[in-house]
Ligand binder design. Structure first.
Ligand code: AMP
Ligand code: MG
Length: 483
């Protein structure tokens, strides 16, 4: 295993309460399903001996320097504080630093029980592991901050969910696996010193430009950045049509990555109130509530930080959420609509567009892609998405009037719009198809889909099928939340 990386395990510098040392519980008959060679190379690794990676994924072997720990955190789940959380089935193995000086946490998800497993078996099933692998890579190639998938292995071991499934593990990597919930735990158990220790750890590793500031200033600026990153992340989700599904504060990354992929969905037909998590009866995490929930999660974090910062600083940081969200949302929607000039009334056009898409159940991704290609393909593909073409025509007229005030050429606009309006997204039915094949031992469709999702903004003439409307069976799939 040739490599160009340094080993660190800075998480172990935190007080003991933040983790428990746990060895993985081995899986049987493991085989490699996907190995992300491009990412591995960025991290300073080469695939080399696949068998060794498979053994690591199966929890049978560790590289020298790996020292697995389950992280302790707490958090608010569906608005209720739960003090009993922590890595119930994942282990942080070590941290490495790649040739570009980027830090990577290696987290083996599905590695067996830990002291924080509660009633869980510590395992992850093949289905949910494939979903996480696919979505984290899809997000990355869409340009949205996310944890990544380094490799996944599947095994024969049976796992009981709604039915009997089989086990898999994911080597999830990210610059940090520290969650908002780590801070909720810190204040809950250790108080001010523990909190300060954790905050300084995060600032040192991930916000080093703030490190030399005096305490008050450092924490205020840091919280402001975390709040703003969270706001911008949620704005990215809204504008690409992504529904996270379980925005509990233990699933919120302190560096603003999309984190923990459960019953997520990319919207097909635009539905503002879409709930992708079928156990979310009240629709707390519905698509159109995500911006507000992002803010509520920032409030949980801010409340935990009160012993460290004055109330005024905390409130000031929180106030930056709305502005960061609105600015990023508006900027991205202008780009999606191809508006290079900023006009006050743009927000009205944007809101009108969302209302129309909602009312007429228009496919979100295809609509914007067809709009991007207007100069090349004309209005036909846009109109074809509507049952009532007069609705499309009226909207197109308003839109064209706005475009007439622009100065870019149609060709320039088309190029810019194609670079922000994806043609290929991870529709739930596409994931479902490759999962069904994988469950019979055929991983080729999974590999193929991963390749398609690497180039979401490109025309891929041979892969048109992946950009089509979902078939009837594939709309509003009831995705199991068990994982
Ligand atoms: P999640 O809903 O996946 O974010 O998980 C919430 C909490 O439950 C986390 O603390 C997980 O580690 C834990 N958890 C989820 N599934 C399992 C499982 N199968 N075994 C043990 N713990 C689990
Ligand atoms: Mg979680």
């Amino acid at each position: 295993m040739l490599a160009d990386y340094q080993i660190e395990h800075r998480y172990l510098e935190l007080p003991d309460a933040f983790y428990s040392r746990v060895q993985p519980t081995p899986l049987h008959n493991a085989r490699m399903v996907c190995f992300n060679t491009g990412l591995a190379a960025d991290m300073g690794f080469h695939i080399g001996d696949t068998e060794q990676w498979t053994a690591i994924g199966a929890g049978r072997e560790l590289l020298e320097g790996m020292d697995p720990v389950a992280m302790k955190y707490t958090g608010h789940q569906f608005g209720m504080y739960n003090p009993d959380l922590g890595d119930g089935r994942g282990l942080l193995l070590w941290e490495t630093i790649g040739p570009d000086n980027r830090r990577w946490d290696w987290h083996l998800k599905g590695a067996g029980q830990t002291p924080y497993s509660r009633f869980g078996d510590g395992r992850a099933v093949l289905r949910s592991t494939i979903r996480e692998y696919l979505c984290s890579e899809a997000m990355h190639f869409l340009g949205i901050p996310t944890t990544r998938a380094l490799f996944m292995v599947s095994a024969r071991d049976p796992v009981r969910r709604e039915s009997i499934e089989t086990a898999a593990t994911l080597m999830r990597v990210a610059q940090s696996h520290i969650r908002f919930g780590h801070f909720e735990f810190a204040v809950d158990t250790g108080g001010r010193d523990t909190l300060q220790n954790l905050a300084d750890h995060v600032i040192k590793l991930h916000f080093s430009h703030l490190q030399s500031l005096a305490d008050d200033e450092r924490y205020r600026r840091w919280l402001t950045e975390v709040v703003q990153r969270t706001a911008r992340l949620v704005a990215d989700w809204q504008t690409v049509g992504f529904c996270h599904g379980v925005m509990n504060s233990d699933n919120m990354s302190i560096i603003g990555d999309t984190f923990d992929f459960g019953p997520y969905a990319f919207l097909d037909d635009f539905d503002a109130g879409y709930i992708c998590n079928h156990t979310d009866d009240g629709g707390r995490y519905a698509y159109n509530r995500q911006p507000e929930i992002g803010f509520i999660n920032c409030q949980y974090l801010a409340r935990a930080l009160l012993p460290l910062m004055g109330e005024d600083s905390v409130l000031e940081a929180l106030r930056s959420y709305e502005k960061a969200y609105n600015e990023h949302f508006l900027q991205t929607m202008r780009k999606k609509l191809g508006l290079a000039l900023e006009q006050d009334k743009d927000i009205d056009l944007i809101m009108e567009t969302f209302s129309m898409l909602h009312e007429h159940h228009i496919d979100y991704t295809l609509f914007f892609r067809a709009l991007a290609r207007l100069p090349s393909n004309g209005s036909g593909p846009v109109r074809d998405l509507f049952v009532d073409r007069t609705v499309a025509d009226q909207w197109l007229e308003t839109y064209q009037a706005r475009l007439d005030t622009e100065t870019r050429t149609a060709h320039e606009r088309e190029k810019a719009m194609c670079a922000i309006n994806p043609k290929y997204i991870l529709r739930n039915y596409l994931a479902q198809e490759v999962i069904q094949d994988a469950q019979t031992g055929n991983y080729d469709p999974l590999h193929k889909l991963l390749e398609v999702l690497k180039y979401p903004f490109d025309e891929q003439p041979d892969n048109e099928r992946y950009a089509a409307l979902p078939p009837d069976w594939g709309k509003h799939l009831n995705i199991s939340c068990s994982s």
